[in-house]
Write a protein that binds this ligand. Structure first.
Ligand SMILES: Cc1cc2nc3c(=O)[nH]c(=O)nc-3n(C[C@H](O)[C@H](O)[C@H](O)COP(=O)(O)OP(=O)(O)OC[C@H]3O[C@@H](n4cnc5c(N)ncnc54)[C@H](O)[C@@H]3O)c2cc1C
Length: 344
């Protein structure tokens, strides 16, 4: 073992995962620099071990122990470069906390990230599933992503279109992009872009307050709604929304709407409809359900919880039951949102 490299052996990952599932990493390294990332990759290559990238552990389910190197991205640093047109280029390193970045940009009077406040995790993982909330996605302001290629150890920069962003998806989730380690993310924010306030609950809360619409008031409203609806992972282990909102074609939607006139849905530009997975799960009676260590949150049916700190496999077993039930009742397939290791 490279004695200067702080690699640890047999590390308990539960404290590093918001779902708190017990799982051991055979080796663990928190890399603070690009040089340490490269050394970590060399360490794993020399031993023919798989590498798992870890940020804040808020979208990750370890189904079993990891017989390889867990590489925790600890790179830090944020720079603000004001532009002549009044916008600002913000570059944040992968290990920065996402919510802190949002609050710091808002405190400086820049718009663009306020709807994404309180999403747990790191800046480096944010592009992986193109994080989104309250009508805004990361891709709306992201300009570039700096990456290191695990195969060549070389760094390069990807433009927004090269990242292949779509709903909760990106190049980084595909076989073509999984060899990229995200080192830093760059955004263009400004002081005058229209605020996105039309989304359901957000519109209602802002209207009821009647306060001036600023990036700060929007962020406060988002935080208020999130705190009232979503369990704090520090108190009740969870990974946020467990299933993606399913998209169905117009015919299937009309059929469902006839049977369930109240069905929650968002029409898409191409004629299809996005359904609210939480609504389907709630209608099927799963809200508040408990099974051993795991269960479904009693205020938000889309969130599976792990209060008994059960294993990842227990959570996945419950998720499979819910998927089968929703398919049987509504003919709709639910896809799991968080990353599972090992995958299917
Ligand atoms: C209470 C709660 C609420 C949430 N709300 C939302 C929400 O509103 N919207 C939303 O989109 N998500 C939400 N999430 C999910 C989660 O917060 C985001 O997906 C977040 O971006 C994950 O960041 P992380 O650092 O914790 O990633 P991790 O869980 O550590 O990793 C997630 C994936 O990214 C990979 N990865 C991590 N870092 C890097 C890197 N530097 N380079 C390449 N790959 C990397 C990992 O290998 C893994 O595959 C929520 C989660 C919780 C617990």
């Amino acid at each position: 073992m490279n004695s200067s490299l702080p690699v640890q052996e047999n590390v308990d990952l539960a404290p590093l995962l918001t779902l708190r599932t017990p799982a051991q990493a055979r080796f663990y390294l928190c890399a603070q620099s690009i040089a340490e990332i490269r050394q970590g990759l060399e360490f794993a290559r020399a031993r023919d071990l798989p590498v798992l990238l870890l940020g804040g552990g808020s979208n990750l389910i370890l189904v079993e122990d990891f017989d390889g190197l867990v590489l925790h991205l600890g790179l830090k640093g944020v720079t603000y470069t004001p532009q002549e047109d009044g916008s600002c280029i913000v570059r944040a390193a992968a290990g920065e906390n996402w919510h802190e970045l949002v609050t710091n940009t808002v405190a400086r009077g820049y718009r663009g990230l306020e709807n994404l406040a309180l999403i747990p995790g790191t800046v480096g993982a944010a592009p992986v599933q193109n994080i989104g909330a309250y009508g805004v996605e990361l891709k709306d302001t992201l300009t570039r992503v700096e990456v290191l290629d695990r195969r060549t150890f070389q760094c390069r920069t990807l433009t927004n279109p090269e990242c292949g962003f779509s709903y909760r998806n990106s190049l980084f989730k595909t076989s073509d992009g999984q060899h990229f380690i995200i080192l830093a993310v760059e955004f263009r924010l400004d002081r005058s872009r229209p605020l996105q306030v039309g989304y359901g609950d957000l519109a209602r809360v802002l209207e009821s307050r009647g306060a001036e619409m600023t990036e700060a008031s929007v962020m406060q409203a988002v935080m208020e709604i999130r705190r009232s609806k979503l369990p704090d992972p520090k108190l009740i282990p969870n990974v946020g929304s467990f299933f993606m909102n399913p998209i169905v074609d117009c015919r299937q939607f009309q059929h469902l709407q006839q049977q369930y006139p109240q069905i929650a849905h968002y029409p898409l530009h191409d004629g299809r409809h996005k359904l609210a997975a939480g609504w389907l799960i709630d209608q099927a009676g799963w809200k508040g359900y408990r099974e051993g260590n795991v269960g479904v949150h009693d205020r938000q049916a889309l969130v599976l919880i792990n209060p008994g700190q059960g294993r990842g496999s227990e959570v996945i077993e419950l998720a499979r039951k819910i998927q089968r039930d929703i398919l049987q009742r509504f003919g709709v397939a639910l896809n799991i949102e968080p990353v599972r290791v090992p995958g299917d």
